[in-house]
Write a protein that binds this ligand. Structure first.
Ligand SMILES: NC(=O)c1ccc[n+]([C@@H]2O[C@H](COP(=O)([O-])OP(=O)(O)OC[C@H]3O[C@@H](n4cnc5c(N)ncnc54)[C@H](O)[C@@H]3O)[C@@H](O)[C@H]2O)c1
Length: 316
């Protein structure tokens, strides 16, 4: 019997990464994870995965790839906060550009056959001129985070031209679901859910009518799996194609949790996009991917998870 293929998942202890690790293991992959646990949590990580506790911006990443010789790299490790990136654009780029580039160099040197990159569709296009917004829309980042995520897309494209290293880029909408960090600055669903279950104040930045494309984490994992042998050298929006306002998400969660209070409204945050949804017909045609989870159903799963893991999410 041949030995299982190895997949390396950077950011595998994080929200999306940990679900991806579970799926890869269930498909029979040997899974290695590189994570510095800056926002990821050990409790998220499947114990069947091998964890390298390391920062991708350090040279040690090369040794990990030499040791593991993965055929696939799923790159998810990132500084993910838009507002943090506006406060510290240098640290953002150190992780999202330089760290990612170190990984890419190691991948090239160690014969990786494909890199599947978790990029963003939610903030890359700026305020889109067309909704739902296709992949061909002009790129107009409004934050250092959006810029750094896009720069790495460009590195991937160049490495394919220069070195023949294959890739697929997946540009997500607003991903939500179980295991999302309710203590971070991103992830409105997790933040609202946790606050509502603890009967704490909830805050909406801006008027709440801003519209985002909320896509369930299970659907995002599915897109990654489909990209293993499809979508070579290409870029795909991964969303639902329709927007949901933050006020609507608030109301749905209020109903699901029985939260009795109204939200507190504050000023909008710098770098936020007001209205976006992603046109995803390319992913349907070329990856055979369509989102399966309606927002009401996804929110229900999320609330159920937070109810059952309340103690764990309270620990930081
Ligand atoms: N959640 C979303 O809505 C969304 C939307 C678009 C794109 N993305 C992208 O998806 C990826 C995963 O995001 P997430 O929501 O799961 O976030 P997350 O914070 O839960 O996961 C990121 C993981 O990377 C790790 N990490 C961060 N910096 C690192 C470093 N320098 N070295 C090693 N590990 C490091 C963290 O500890 C964490 O486990 C990111 O690349 C993000 O840009 C997420």
């Amino acid at each position: 019997m041949s030995s299982p293929k190895t997949a390396l998942v950077t950011g595998g202890a994080g929200f999306i990464g940990s679900h991806l690790v579970d799926r890869l293991l269930s498909l029979g992959y040997r899974v290695a994870v590189v994570d510095d646990l800056s926002t990821g949590r050990l409790r998220n990580l499947n114990p069947a995965a091998v964890l390298y506790l390391a920062d991708i911006s350090q040279t040690s990443i090369h040794g990990v790839l030499q040791q593991e010789r993965p055929s696939l790299v799923f790159h998810l490790a990132a500084q993910i906060s838009v507002s943090y990136s506006t406060r510290d654009p240098i640290r953002d780029a150190e992780c999202n550009v330089l760290g990612a580039l170190r990984l890419l160099e190691a991948a090239r040197a160690c014969g990786v056959s494909k890199v599947i990159y978790s990029s963003t569709g939610g903030v890359l296009y700026g305020e889109p001129e067309v909704i739902p917004c296709p992949e061909t829309h002009p790129i107009a980042p409004l934050s250092p985070y959006a810029t750094s995520k896009y720069l790495f897309e460009q590195y991937l494209m160049m490495y394919r031209r220069l070195h023949g290293l294959n890739y697929t880029i997946l540009r997500y909408g607003n991903v939500y679901g179980p295991r999302q960090d309710p203590h971070g600055e991103a992830g409105v669903v997790a933040i609202f859910t946790q606050a509502m279950l603890e009967d704490k104040e909830t805050h909406i930045f801006g008027d709440g009518d801003q519209e985002k494309d909320f896509v369930y984490v299970g659907d995002v994992v599915d897109a990654n799996i489909r990209a293993i042998d499809r979508g070579d050298g290409d870029v795909f929006n991964i969303g639902t194609g329709s927007g949901t306002t933050v006020n609507r998400v608030f109301d749905l969660l209020k109903g699901l949790t029985g939260y009795p209070h109204s939200a507190q409204y504050g000023p909008p945050r710098a770098g936020d996009v007001y209205r976006i949804s992603l046109e995803c017909s390319k992913a349907r045609r070329q990856l055979g991917w369509t989102p399966q989870t309606k927002v009401e159903e996804g929110l229900r799963h999320t609330v159920e998870y937070f109810r059952n893991h309340c103690d764990a999410t309270l620990q930081n």
